[in-house]
Ligand binder design. Structure first.
Ligand SMILES: C[S@@+](CC[C@H](N)C(=O)[O-])C[C@H]1O[C@@H](n2cnc3c(N)ncnc32)[C@H](O)[C@@H]1O
Length: 223
């Protein structure tokens, strides 16, 4: 059996540098590591998940593809059951941005300039970008994709040790390119923020910070 990925996971695969063992945190079905090995991009992988059932899903896929000798399945909450020398490349896809940031903050050895990260937060990408900017990580490339009506943001990052000055709006925009998928994603974020803005304004709260973010997003889209 061979795995064909949909555009969402293809975006993740495209940002994987390859050439070394990767960790896929929150692997569930295990499709990403299988695809990366089948296409020759990585030699081996550790597919990790916090849940026994998802790991069982991954085990079945890995066995069907005859890759049990190349993909280790590991029960782990984030990177808790990993050590610094296990992998050089780490993927977090399909978990919320807030949770990914929390999982990174638990592990000291992730502050390592030789590690490469690929993230696809399924929600609150802004929380993950804020964490990365505040903790010495630098975002490389961002890709926006969609499947049906859902949009997905994927980006890679490395640790540089240099914290960056950033505005709240930059946490929403990141390094997104100017294309239809990115603009559609930002329109949805802007609509979400506008609802929050209107509710807070009606309650007599200060909405100047939210207004600034919404304006910056609109300016980016219209640029
Ligand atoms: C929506 S699935 C994403 C599967 C796959 N990565 C993808 O993008 O298609 C999220 C997976 O993350 C796992 N997960 C949630 N919290 C986790 C944690 N703290 N550590 C590891 N895995 C976690 C869930 O069990 C689930 O299998």
């Amino acid at each position: 059996m061979s795995i064909n990925l949909t555009p969402r996971l293809l975006a993740v695969a495209s940002l994987v540098r390859g050439g070394s063992i990767i960790a896929d945190i929150g692997t569930d079905h295990g499709y990403l590591p299988i695809y990366l090995i089948e296409t020759g991009k990585v030699p081996a992988a550790i597919a990790a998940d916090i849940g026994r059932m998802p790991l069982e899903n991954a085990r079945k896929s890995v066995e069907e593809c005859g890759l049990s000798d190349k993909i280790e399945l590991r029960l782990s909450d984030g990177l808790q059951n990993f050590k610094a020398t296990d992998v050089r490349e780490i993927v977090f896809a399909g978990m919320g941005g807030t949770l990914i940031a929390e999982k990174l903050s638990e592990i000291l050895w992730v502050k390592d300039e030789s590690l490469h990260f690929v993230f696809q937060p399924q929600s609150r990408a802004e929380d993950l970008r804020e964490f990365l900017f505040s903790n010495g990580y630098s975002i490389g490339e961002e890709i926006a994709t969609h499947e049906g009506r859902r949009s997905y943001i994927t980006f890679d990052a490395v640790y540089t040790g240099q914290t960056k000055k950033f505005t709240p709006a930059e946490c929403f925009i990141g390094k997104l390119p100017h294309n239809e998928d990115a603009h559609n994603h930002l329109r949805k974020q802007s609509a979400r923020l506008q609802k929050k803005h209107d509710a807070l304004k009606a309650a007599g709260e200060d909405v100047s910070a939210l207004s600034e973010i919404i304006t910056a997003i609109q300016e980016f889209i219209n640029d």
